[in-house]
Every structure is written in structure tokens, then in C-alpha cells.
Design a binder for this molecule. Structure first.
Ligand code: HEC
Ligand code: HEC
Ligand code: HEC
Length: 435
């Protein structure tokens, strides 16, 4: 075998890591204040009672966030075609309607089970792990059959998603086999145990897709489950019992409130969590949300204690404080306590103190908007500062909020800000320079 041929699987695997970090492009469109937020799954809910298996499948589709990836802006629900962005190219979600040619209308319950359980398509080709089968493999056959029964009720829509834009050799589906050998294990005995919360978090809910750190090839670091990961230039914080960086100080009821309404007295949901809340957790039942809360609170952290004696340079802190008072205190208040439930308090906040500062930097550069839900239809927004603050200034104010009011987290450097700005922001335009 020539060296080039031998290198192929490795190059491909590295590329697959990028495919794994695929996430839907933000749908962007937020409903206007006061609008009801109703994804298609509920819009299509029949007025008359439906077959219990179909009803169960409809609910499981919510738990699995199927619409979050299989709806494209302006398209019919479940017709697919949402572009999932990767640094190497784009993968499009599949059409899950009953169209026999372009959707899954010709699929049997066994075909569907093979996709969910093994990541294999009806024609035997391997599916890319941008489809979260490494988590879905934990669902039971009865759950798969209920989902199948529900998808049988989705009216056919003839729509073929665009061809994936992947370079050779990533366009070859058999390459996924190498990745599967390393990182995917078919669950031979899927069950709803040991607890309902764990079954959702590790299975259909696929929370680890974002919240679990990844190996350099994009596989889950399973011994660090839910300790915080990065996907598509968002850092998803730890959601375990870590008191400073995770949910150790949250009650199960507070976790459930965040997932149901998109906010609570401690934090607001936006970034890539917004679609998870919009299409999935805000529509889950209270028992399941409580079970998720119980599971997350019971999760150990292996991250080690934070070195609280680490103090950033006082000059940097003073600079950060001046910017904070000018630009941020109107909403977050000088003491950082803000308006819980409207603007999130910064003292003690997990996202703010996350070891990986990506989300904090990105909020400051690009601004963000809290997800609107039926329970909390008015979305609050944080403006972008990328157009007026330099990389130095963003680094200073980020370091300041991460190390004030009892917070402790590694200082942020201007080069980290510059790198992220290059990926997600516009270059700074500063006619009237602030110095
Ligand atoms: C994180 C995004 C994401 C989520 C969530 C998701 N899917 Fe998908 N799904 C995809 C992508 C991307 C593909 C196409 C993969 C490929 O082409 O290899 C896909 C493909 C599929 C396929 C194969 C269809 C075909 O014709 O090849 C099935 C079946 C499927 N998804 C079912 C589901 C169900 C059921 C749910 C919810 C329980 C779900 N998906 C949730 C991204 C997602
Ligand atoms: C697509 C990526 C993604 C998935 C999937 C995801 N999350 Fe998140 N999650 C995030 C990001 C990013 C944040 C930070 C959001 C913010 O601060 O606005 C977050 C924040 C959270 C928070 C608040 C943490 C804090 O300290 O403020 C909780 C709780 C949470 N997620 C739970 C879950 C659960 C439970 C699941 C699975 C059902 C899940 N997430 C799935 C990306 C994700
Ligand atoms: C107009 C009001 C407003 C202003 C001004 C503002 N923010 Fe925010 N901020 C928000 C809102 C709303 C959120 C919640 C976003 C979400 O849904 O995650 C937020 C979230 C944050 C978070 C994440 C908190 C967490 O842990 O979940 C940080 C950090 C932050 N802001 C820092 C800043 C800094 C630094 C500035 C000044 C450069 C600033 N904010 C200015 C409204 C504001």
C-alpha cells in the first residue's frame, strides 16, 4: 500500500472529527415578543385522541430533538435539508417524511431500528455521526417502534436535501466505519434503567453531544461525561455536581425550570442551547424534566478543584472593571447581581466561570438573545460589543467578570478573543477609537 493510501484513513478520521462537531446553523429567526412558540410537532397534534403508540412516538421525537435538526428554515417540518456546518464542509439532515422516494416512506420498522440503533441507512450505507446515533443506540426497540409509528403519520413531502459538500475522502461513507470502530459501541441491551433521567440524558436527549469533552477525533471522553465540551464555537458548560462550574448549587427544580422555560434565577439559555430548549426540553413533561435534574445533580466531577489563589493581573482587572461599569452594569449591575429571571446574575454562574471561556467571549463579541418559550415569550437580549471593543478590551472585561464577586476562572488573553473573532465575528470597525 502506498503511503498516501495508508494515510487515507487517518486523514479521513481527523476530518470526521470535524463532522462530529457539526451543529445546525442557527435558525436565527426568533419569534416576536408575545408570540407563541410552537414547533411543528405540536402544530400537527391531532384534536382527536390518537393511537397510544403514535402519541408516545410523537413525545419521544420531542425528547430526541428530531425537529431541531430535521426542519430547515422555511421548509415543511421533518422534510430535512438543514445544513450542519463543519470546518470541512456541510452535511444536510435527511427527509423523514413518508415520501417513498426522498423520505423514509419505504422504510420498515427494522430499517428504522437499524438507523437509530446502529447508524446504518436502509441501503446499508453508514450514516455520519452528525446524526446522534452514538446516543440513540441506547433507546429500546419499543421506543424505536413508537417513533416509527409516529413518523408513519407524517405526510409525504417530496424533497431531496442538497448533496453533502464534503471533500474526498470524507464523502465516502465507509470511512465512518473506522470512526465507529474507535468510538461507537452498539448497546446490545438497551433498557430504560437504571433511572429514567439517565436514560434520557445518555440516550434520546444526547446531552453529551455538546456537554461532554471530545477526543481529538471527536469521540466522547466517557470518563469525563458532561464535564463541559465545545461544539461549533460554543462552549457548553459542565452540567454535573461541580459547584463552581456545574450545577452543584442548583436544585432539581431549578434545572427543570431552566429546561422548561429557558431561564431561571441563575441563568438564561441561548447559544446552541436555545434550539434544544425550543424544540425539545420546553415541550417535555415535568416528570422527565425532574428526572433529568436528579440525574445531572448526581453526576460526579473529575475536573479537580479550582485554584482559588490564582489572581489575574490587577492592572488587567482595573481595566476590565472600567469597561464593565461603562458597558455592562446597566443590565448586570455594578455588583453583578443583575435582575435574576431577566438578566442573569454573574456571581457564581457556571457559564461565566467555565474553564473554556469561548461562550463568554462570544456573547461579548456578538451579543445573544435568550430563547423565547411559551412560558417566557419575551426574549431578553445582550447587545454585541465586537464592533466597539478591541481584543484587549474584550479580554479585560471577560477576565474581570470571571474573577469578581467570588468568581474564579483562568484569565482570558487577547489572542483567544482574536481567534474567535476571526471565526464568528466581523473585524472590528473603530472610527472613533476608545483607548
Ligand atoms: C444533531 C442533529 C440531529 C438530530 C438531533 C437528529 N438527527 Fe436524524 N439525522 C441527522 C443528519 C445530519 C442525518 C443525515 C446523516 C447522513 O447523511 O449520514 C440524519 C439522518 C437520519 C435518519 C436516516 C434517514 C436517511 O434517509 O438516511 C433517520 C432515520 C433519522 N435521522 C432519524 C432521526 C430521529 C428519529 C431523530 C430524533 C429522535 C433524529 N433523527 C434527530 C441529524 C440529526
Ligand atoms: C447543541 C449543543 C447542546 C446540547 C445538545 C445540549 N446543550 Fe445544554 N447547553 C449548551 C450551551 C452552549 C449552553 C450554554 C448556554 C447559555 O449560556 O446561554 C448550555 C447550557 C445548559 C445548562 C445551563 C448551565 C449553566 O450553568 O448555565 C443546562 C442545565 C443544560 N445546558 C442542560 C442540558 C441538557 C439536560 C441537555 C440534554 C437534554 C443539553 N443541555 C443538551 C449546549 C447544548
Ligand atoms: C442590554 C442588557 C445587557 C448588557 C448591556 C450586557 N449584557 Fe450580558 N447578558 C444579558 C442577557 C440578557 C444575558 C443572557 C444571555 C443568555 O440567554 O444566555 C447575558 C449574559 C451574559 C453572560 C453569561 C452569564 C452566564 O453565566 O450565563 C456574561 C458573562 C455576560 N452577559 C457578560 C456581559 C458583559 C461583560 C457585558 C459588557 C461588555 C454585558 N454582559 C452587557 C444582557 C446584557
Amino acid at each position: 500500500m502506498s503511503p498516501a493510501r495508508r494515510a487515507l484513513p487517518l486523514v479521513g478520521l481527523v476530518g470526521l472529527a470535524a463532522i462530529l462537531v457539526a451543529r445546525p446553523l442557527p435558525s436565527g429567526a426568533q419569534p416576536p415578543p408575545g408570540a407563541t412558540v410552537t414547533p411543528g410537532a405540536l402544530q400537527t397534534a391531532p384534536a382527536t385522541p390518537e393511537d397510544p403508540q403514535v402519541a408516545q412516538g410523537r413525545y419521544l421525537a420531542v425528547v430526541g430533538d428530531c425537529e431541531g435538526c430535521h426542519d430547515r428554515p422555511g421548509g415543511t417540518p421533518y422534510a430535512g435539508g438543514l445544513p450542519l456546518r463543519t470546518p470541512f464542509g456541510t452535511i444536510y439532515s435527511a427527509n423523514l417524511t413518508q415520501d417513498r422516494e426522498t423520505g423514509i416512506g419505504a422504510w420498515t420498522a427494522d430499517d428504522f431500528w437499524n438507523a437509530m440503533h446502529k447508524g446504518v441507512r436502509r441501503d446499508g450505507a453508514k450514516l455520519y455521526p452528525a446524526f446522534p446515533y452514538p446516543y440513540f443506540t441506547h433507546i429500546t426497540r419499543a421506543e424505536s417502534d413508537a417513533l416509527y409509528a409516529y413518523f408513519r403519520t407524517i405526510a409525504p413531502v417530496s424533497y431531496r436535501p442538497p448533496a453533502n459538500k464534503l471533500p474526498f475522502p470524507l464523502n465516502l461513507r465507509f470511512m465512518v466505519g473506522f470512526w465507529n470502530a474507535l468510538y461507537f459501541k452498539v448497546d446490545d441491551h438497551p433498557s430504560t434503567g437504571p433511572s429514567p433521567g439517565r436514560h434520557i440524558v445518555e440516550g434520546l436527549g444526547h446531552c453529551g453531544a455538546c456537554h461532554t469533552p471530545k477526543t481529538f477525533l471527536g469521540g466522547d471522553k466517557n470518563d469525563h461525561a458532561l464535564e463541559g465540551g465545545q461544539l461549533d464555537n460554543w462552549a457548553a458548560p459542565a452540567i454535573n455536581s461541580d459547584v463552581r462550574r456545574g450545577l452543584g448549587s442548583w436544585s432539581s427544580a431549578e434545572i427543570a425550570e431552566y429546561l422548561k422555560t429557558g431561564r431561571n434565577a441563575r441563568a438564561n439559555a441561548s447559544a446552541s442551547m436555545a434550539d434544544v430548549v425550543r424544540y425539545s426540553t420546553s415541550l417535555m413533561n415535568d416528570a422527565d424534566l425532574a428526572a433529568i435534574g436528579d440525574d445531572l445533580r448526581g453526576r460526579p466531577s473529575h475536573a479537580g478543584p479550582v485554584n482559588t489563589s490564582l489572581k489575574p493581573d490587577p492592572k488587567l482587572m482595573a481595566r476590565g472593571e472600567a469597561i464593565y461599569v461603562d458597558e455592562c452594569a446597566t443590565c448586570h449591575a455594578v455588583d453583578g447581581k443583575a435582575q435574576p429571571g431577566l438578566f442573569p446574575p454573574l456571581p457564581g454562574a457556571g457559564v461565566t466561570q467555565s474553564t473554556d471561556p469561548t461562550t463568554v467571549i462570544r456573547f461579548i463579541l456578538s451579543g445573544t438573545q435568550t430563547v423565547a418559550t411559551n412560558a417566557r415569550p419575551t426574549p431578553f437580549a445582550m447587545p454585541s460589543f465586537g464592533w466597539k471593543l478591541t481584543d484587549d478590551e474584550v479580554a479585560a472585561v471577560a477576565t474581570y467578570v470571571r474573577n469578581s464577586w467570588g468568581n474564579v476562572a483562568p484569565a482570558v488573553g487577547p489572542s483567544e478573543v482574536g481567534k474567535l473573532r476571526g471565526k464568528v465575528g466581523k473585524p472590528i470597525q473603530k472610527p472613533s477609537a476608545r483607548v
